[in-house]
Design a protein. Structure first.
Length: 411
């Protein structure tokens, strides 16, 4: 345990100080001392102004992009350097980026309460019972996955217009009775807390430094994204190129996503498998490879509508476009495994321990995966689904085309 009261030494020369809207008054004595002794203080213009009474050394305002300042920070290694950040630097703050460049043993963090903690305290919400997201610099649609009846969500705004845009989104998704509470400049002398329903949202002149607290009320027919795999087919726009619901659920089970992993979806189509992969956990990533522009556009619309805006789409034909992509942890081939070189290139790029799943419906595709099964092992299964359909005034079972699925783990 590091003592934040200790003077910065050569081992921990880089201090990350959380500062709130109350400025130096809210800082602890050790935090004030670290700022006052720093040879270089780095931060946004607002943070530097808040800490101005304590700063005796050189000042550096963050450039754009942020990482351009990291070389200047590194050049002062061994001298006392302070980076100022909002609230808790490791809660959607600059701490993560600094950890990617500097060793933890070089840094000392003195956090303040995060915007989420302050908002929960104002509203009397249990923080562990809320979803916490950031909309700052990210697509608004990222919040859709969290929109469920009764949900409480805390969201960091991008700017003063974010709350109004969120209200419009909620109303369009038949959640207009949801209540938005806008907490502006929270923790400082200009703090303001206001509320409105989404359908009657009329708040204006909203401070860019805003946390939005959302209580979701959904109409019975609102398009809520369930937690399970195998979303209803009618949630996806498609041209027939769609891995159907029941097969998709089995496919996601075979892909077995784990936090932080990357999926390649080769032959993206409507994007249903990649989207459901992304919805399983916020740290998952997916790259969809699609040769047709219209299908790539359609998949992106599906991703936005279903709350998976982080889907990355590479336009081009496999295997040519695969060579320069980041190695994946899992690969789904929904079409094209019979194409020359597709499997070989994908398999070479797949990380050791990674999973590959291929679905085929043609005899030629089945012959191909049967051959690959003989050479690489794994499991072959056949998925046959029948559905009730009208037969005159009665009903009968109609069988869909069976899907042969090959699953294999790379040793």
């Amino acid at each position: 345990m590091v003592n934040p009261g200790a003077t910065c030494n050569a081992a921990r020369w880089l201090s990350i100080i959380g500062i709130g809207e109350d400025g130096v008054e809210g800082l602890s004595a050790p935090a004030r001392r670290l700022i006052a002794q720093a040879a270089l203080v780095v931060g946004g213009g607002r943070h530097l102004e808040l800490a101005s009474p304590l700063i005796a050394g050189e000042r550096l305002a963050w450039p754009s992009p942020l990482h351009l300042a990291f070389d200047q920070i590194a050049a002062r290694r061994g001298e006392p350097v302070v980076v100022l950040a909002s609230g808790d630097p490791f809660n959607y703050g600059v701490g993560k980026q600094l950890m990617q460049r500097f060793a933890g043993a070089e840094m000392l963090c003195v956090p303040q309460p995060s915007a989420f903690s302050l908002a929960a305290a104002r509203l009397g919400w249990a923080l562990q019972d809320t979803a916490q997201v950031t909309l700052h610099g990210r697509p608004l649609e990222g919040i859709i996955r969290h929109l469920a009846p009764g949900a409480r969500i805390l969201a960091l705004a991008w700017d003063g217009s974010t709350a109004g845009k969120l209200a419009t989104l909620l109303t369009s998704r038949r959640m207009g009775r949801s209540r938005l509470t806008v907490l502006e400049a929270i923790g400082g002398p200009h703090e303001r807390v206001r509320s409105a329903t989404a359908s009657a949202f009329d708040l204006s002149d909203i401070n860019p430094l805003t946390t939005i607290a959302l209580e979701v009320i959904a109409e019975p027919d609102a398009p809520v994204i369930p937690l399970t795999s195998g979303l209803a087919d009618d949630l996806f726009e498609h041209d027939g190129q769609l891995t159907k619901r029941d097969v998709r659920a089995v496919t996601l089970s075979a892909l077995a996503p784990q936090p932080g992993e990357l999926l390649w979806d080769v032959g993206l189509g409507s994007g249903s498998v990649a989207i459901e992969w992304l919805l399983r956990h916020g740290t998952l990533r997916a790259i969809g490879i699609e040769a047709r522009q219209d299908r790539a556009d359609r998949a992106m619309r599906n991703a936005l509508a279903l709350g998976a805006p982080d889907l990355r789409i590479v336009l081009g034909r496999a295997p040519a476009v695969l060579a320069d992509l980041e190695p994946p942890d899992a690969i789904f081939i929904g079409g094209g495994i019979s194409e020359q070189g597709v499997f070989e290139t994908a398999w070479a790029k797949l990380k050791p321990g990674g999973r590959l799943v291929a679905n085929v419906i043609s005899l030629e595709g089945e012959a191909r995966v049967t051959d690959l099964f003989g050479r690489h092992g794994g499991d072959l299964i056949r998925i046959a689904v029948s559905r009730i359909e009208p037969v005159g005034r009665m009903h009968g079972w109609r069988q869909a085309m069976p899907v042969t699925q090959w699953r294999v783990t790379k040793s």
